[in-house]
Design a protein around this ligand. Structure first.
Ligand SMILES: Cc1cc2nc3c(=O)[nH]c(=O)nc-3n(C[C@H](O)[C@H](O)[C@H](O)COP(=O)(O)OP(=O)(O)OC[C@H]3O[C@@H](n4cnc5c(N)ncnc54)[C@H](O)[C@@H]3O)c2cc1C
Length: 581
């Protein structure tokens, strides 16, 4: 059942309480309640996803962040590597979490990435081979809403057809597509075409983006795993507007502090509302994401003693790894002015064009509204003799993993920044993949409603800045392809003026942002190791009754956007929990 008022809950004791109705939390709640005898309470701080148009219409996702009710509206600390700038750090704040607000890109990572997770955690159950069985549970590949011939744009055998999340390629084609594919054919040595990045053995190269879109509509963990047929299960209770403020120690078991209770506040009643206490008899599962989960742990006395003491919180479990090892993909937009009357710059700028697109989408879910903004992405490697490898060991998980990504879109794609008021542009956004800078999420106050300090430490390592600049240079070589003659006019703004390495670095540090992929703050590490937050079975170290299942447990950035890897972690986490019962 679905609730907005905690007073309506039938009980305050459940088999499991899951914190965070986001990407992972919705999976856990769904899978555990497949057994009608298991009761689950799922608590989500944000509002419902139902009828939120900008979450439903794929093209509108950039408008969900920042400074909306659907975003936590976090800001990073001042970033040394960004010339002291801070940036907005969006996280989904609604049912479905970040899968309800994100860019819909569905990429799973390379086999090397998953094998690295297994190696780091010293647990072979996390290898690429072993996680294969979760993929069909997640994905339901669908035909694009427009009747395009997609033969050759994907490899059917790599996709599930019966999972909970609908995916598709190329829901709305744009003139830029042809140029990107042609450029890849022209410059195939450096930018080879990849017919499908979903196979972990072959994620490098450029290809059509698989997006979480079904019949022109966003598919999220909320639409998929919390669909009406699941919400109607009598053993599943989903409460929104419920912000968890603290876990409560309920005793000791096997010499470990137990955490089977927690407090939350209904935000509809304001932060001064009386906290409600609920109990998870079998376990409490934290799925509040790479920021929310470590923040809750710290508020509950689980974290670095000196940090907790600094805000007057008594330490129950001293674990300095909580909230540390924050890793994210830094992004830099390389914008070109182009001749393109179909550029989304016009659509977003001119109300009549925008309205026509929305009218079309409203009529039958077709047109630009039906598509994500990245019809293609590509993952690439630095050359083996890149000078950085003289001083830095290659941080990629292996030869099948990338060093940088390029994402292609047909407009000025810098969410949160004002687009130019005239002309038309395309954006080739680059990102550093195995970024080696490590940051942190730290509480700033014992007040659970005070935002934590988020320091992703962007571009603070030699490798990260080197790779960012190499990625920009790769973009410039790509833009030299003949197919762009008469289409690309010139590089736009400061990007065009950054003609030396020094100027390029200034441009990067002055303009880079994020692809929104934080991981690592609840890192999975070997059982018994002296670092990390969860064991390979996703139990929180040093306590009883508490699990973490979200993007934070991923201990290293994948050659992928992080939603699909989070779904994999969640399906595996649900299986591990079910095995306990
Ligand atoms: C703007 C944006 C664009 C992105 N684009 C892509 C993309 O195109 N492709 C891709 O693969 N990845 C993308 N990502 C990343 C991807 O969406 C995330 O890595 C993934 O969804 C994380 O899943 P999660 O379950 O860990 O956290 P989330 O999905 O964020 O879920 C956490 C949930 O917990 C709730 N919560 C937090 N604290 C509390 C609390 N105290 N009490 C109760 N509830 C709480 C939150 O409101 C949220 O619903 C994007 C992310 C963002 C923000």
């Amino acid at each position: 059942a679905f609730y907005t008022d905690p007073a309506k809950l039938p009980t305050n004791s459940f088999d499991y309480v899951v914190v965070g109705g986001g990407t992972a939390g919705a999976v856990i709640a769904n899978r555990l309640t497949e057994n009608p005898r298991v009761t689950v309470l799922l608590l989500e701080a944000g509002p419902s996803n139902i009828n939120v148009t900008n979450s439903i219409v794929p093209l509108l996702h950039n408008s969900l962040i920042p400074n909306t009710p659907y975003d936590w509206n976090f800001t990073t600390t001042n970033q040394v590597g960004f010339n002291g700038r801070n940036i907005s750090f969006p996280r989904g704040h609604m049912l479905g979490g970040s899968s309800s607000v994100n860019g819909l890109v569905f990429t799973r990572g390379s086999s090397d990435d998953w094998d690295a997770y297994a190696a780091i955690a010293e647990d072979p159950s996390w290898t690429w081979e072993n996680i294969q069985r979760y993929l069909p549970l997640i994905e339901q590949f669908t035909e694009p809403i427009e009747r395009y011939n997609i033969t050759g744009d994907f490899i059917p055998s790599l996709h599930g057809t019966d999972g909970k999340i609908q995916t598709s390629v190329a829901n709305y084609r744009i003139p830029l597509d042809e140029h990107i594919i042609e450029a890849s054919q022209e410059l195939g040595d450096e930018f080879p075409f990849n017919p499908d990045m979903g196979g972990g053995e072959n994620v490098l190269g450029l290809g059509w983006t698989v997006s979480t879109i079904g019949r022109g509509v966003r598919s999220s963990s909320a639409t998929g795993y919390l669909a009406p047929e699941y919400l109607s299960r009598p053993n599943l209770h989903v409460l929104i507007h419920a912000q968890v403020t603290k876990l409560i120690q309920t005793g000791t078991r096997n010499h470990l502090p137990s955490f089977h209770s927690l407090q939350f506040t209904s935000t509809l009643a304001g932060p001064r509302a009386r906290p409600v206490t609920v109990r998870g008899r079998r376990a409490v599962v934290l799925s509040a994401g790479a920021v929310g989960t470590p923040h809750i742990l710290q508020l509950s006395g689980i974290g670095d003693r000196s940090l907790l003491e600094s805000v007057g919180i008594r330490t129950i479990v001293h674990n300095p790894s909580v909230g540390r090892n924050l890793s994210d993909h830094p992004l830099l937009a390389c914008v070109y002015s182009v001749h393109d009357n179909s550029s989304y710059d016009i659509l977003f700028r001119e109300p009549a064009v925008f309205q026509a697109a929305m009218d079309q989408w409203n009529a039958n879910h077709t047109g630009p509204g039906a598509a994500s903004v990245f019809n293609q992405v590509g993952f690439f490697r630095l050359s083996d003799d890149a000078t950085i490898f003289e001083t830095t060991p290659d941080p990629a998980s292996g030869p099948k993993s990338g060093h940088f990504e390029i994402m292609f879109s047909n407009f000025y794609n810098l969410p949160g920044l004002d687009a130019p008021t005239s002309g038309t542009t395309i954006s080739f956004d680059v990102a550093v993949i195995p970024a080696t800078s490590r940051g942190s999420v730290e509480l700033t106050s014992a007040d659970p409603f005070a935002a934590p300090a988020i320091d992703p430490a962007y571009l603070q390592s030699e490798f990260d800045i080197f790779t960012m600049l190499e990625a920009v240079k790769a973009v410039r070589r790509f833009a030299e392809a003949q197919t762009f003659d008469g289409y690309i006019i010139e590089p736009f703004g400061e990007f065009g003026e950054a003609t030396t390495d020094e100027l390029l670095e200034t441009f990067a540090r002055g303009n880079a942002a994020t692809v929104f992929h934080p991981v690592g703050t609840s890192s999975m590490s070997p059982k018994g190791s002296n670092w990390g937050v969860v064991d390979p079975d996703l139990r929180v170290k040093g306590v009883e009754g508490l699990f973490i299942i979200d993007a934070g447990v991923i201990n290293k950035l994948p050659t992928a956007h992080t939603m699909a890897p989070t779904f994999i972690v969640a399906e595996r986490g649900a299986e591990l929990l079910k095995a306990l019962t």
